[in-house]
Design a protein. Sequence first.
Length: 319
Amino acid sequence: MALGKLMKKKIYNLINKKNKSKIVSLTAYSKNIASILDDFCDLTLVGDSLGSVLYNYKSTREVTLNTMIEHSKSVRMGIKKSLMVVDMPHNTYRTSKEALKNAKKIISKTKCDAVKLEGGKKIFEIVKTLVKNNIAVMGHLGVLPQSAKNFKYKGKKVSERNKILNEAKLLESAGVFSMVLECVESSLAKKITKNINIPTIGIGASNNCDGQVLVTDDLIGLNPINVRFVKKYSNIRNEIVKAVRNYSKEVKNKNFEEFISTELFSNKQFNSKDIIENNNFTLINIWSSWCAPCRSEHAILMNLSKKTDLNIVGLNYNF
């Protein structure tokens, strides 16, 4: 596997997990989700699955390069530790020249660590070109959403099994540092994983792979779908319904204005009545202790409060 100078520490670490520890991967489309995943994932994927998850597209073929870049820029802000991989969308890597141009654009705009391409023999020369130009590439075999006409499991026929296995070896020789196996029969996933020296990341491909990836919205129960290989670890949809319902009730019952703030680290809520003195005018100063101008302003306001009848309350917001 001749990856040369593009081999970064994160990619080395991922490859070294093969046969040692399982690789954890999930999708992210925004900073907020990415910042949560970053503490637990080895690899965070900005998948073109965002087309169906966020935009209700019929297929990932409708996802554009600019859409992927904008979401990836948001995700990048939430990632500090995990390896960030971005899907190259449909029709952005039809030739080596096109692939190189668009991969460079993705990396330049998003600061991601690698890009992911779907296909086997068809993209062999394209992968070689990207790797030669110091671009880290992740492969994707089995069901290929960008070109698939159906989402049936792959590897039931001997000819199909041999084709996918050979293409896995071919992608490895082209220089990919890992590959996704999607909806591949368990025994085939096991055979591929055993016969190549780079990690396999399964989605609907059994636990015989070196790691697993899922769409986060499916995992947390936000996306109301039922898929054979998706285990729902929570039902965040229900929690959102509860929160919105309570908010709606408070607004309609005119109770909403009673609660003016939340202490971010203690999660304690306090009532406006606790700080407004005798219905007098109250100035609320929201400041951060790490901000020098804020500290100076806060000191001035607190001093002013001592000299006047003005009620001033400081809320320290550190994030």
